[in-house]
Write a protein that binds this ligand. Structure first.
Ligand SMILES: CC(C)(COP(=O)(O)OP(=O)(O)OC[C@H]1O[C@@H](n2cnc3c(N)ncnc32)[C@H](O)[C@@H]1OP(=O)(O)O)[C@@H](O)C(=O)NCCC(=O)NCCS
Length: 171
């Protein structure tokens, strides 16, 4: 389903979006606080996007591309993964183009997903950050997520183990 906000249009991911997603997944700074290391190979990104489109078809996840409505600029993507219909819960994740950081696009897109999630029957969301990902942690807290605790050493990135912080929100 297409979601509209004041400035943004969120459209379900298609395989044609892979070339737009590649610059994000290959950007060291954007990826610095994600579990995945930057991906150099555009074909690997295309494969991941195709798998995500399949997951959407199966109802296990929902992925949206974020575009600026008036300019049409591709600003990022956001998603519900691990959708559990038995318990009406999912995990939310989001990425915004580095050039667009600090303009409220992330909060605007995530707010749209929260409203959509609530209207489609989700009751409980989780999010997780690498501890110290201040932008993402600030955004989540601003939208009502509560920090619930740590997963110590849950991430292996760049030769070190990092802690994850879990956030939760009841819709
Ligand atoms: C996290 C991310 C989506 C935020 O996007 P964004 O468009 O900049 O988000 P917003 O502008 O809506 O909100 C960012 C907030 O963090 C604040 N912020 C920015 N830098 C900060 C810092 N160093 N410390 C604390 N807060 C900071 C901003 O002021 C803003 O809060 P405000 O609206 O109260 O002023 C973006 O930085 C990103 O894509 N990061 C890489 C991927 C990632 O970490 N995703 C989260 C994992 S699920």
């Amino acid at each position: 389903m297409i979601l509209e906000t004041e400035r943004l249009t969120l459209a379900p991911l298609t395989v044609d979006d892979a070339p737009l997603i590649y610059p994000f997944l290959s950007d060291a700074e954007v990826m610095s606080n994600l579990d995945q290391e930057p991906i150099e190979d555009p074909d690997e990104v295309a494969g991941r996007v195709a798998a995500q489109v399949d997951q959407m078809g199966a109802g296990d996840a929902a992925y949206w591309c974020i575009r600026h409505t008036t300019s049409g600029a591709f600003l990022g993507y956001c998603e519900f993964i691990d959708i559990d219909k038995r318990h009406d819960r999912a995990e939310i994740r989001f990425v915004v183009d580095r050039k667009g950081w600090g303009q409220g696009f992330g909060a605007e897109a995530v707010s749209a997903l929260l409203a959509y999630g609530a209207s489609s029957g989700l009751k409980s969301l989780v999010a997780s950050t690498h501890v110290g990902d201040n932008r993402a942690e600030h955004l989540l807290q601003k939208l009502g997520f509560k920090a619930e605790g740590y997963l110590k050493g849950a991430v292996h990135r760049d030769g070190e183990r990092r802690d994850r912080r879990l956030y939760a929100l009841e819709l």
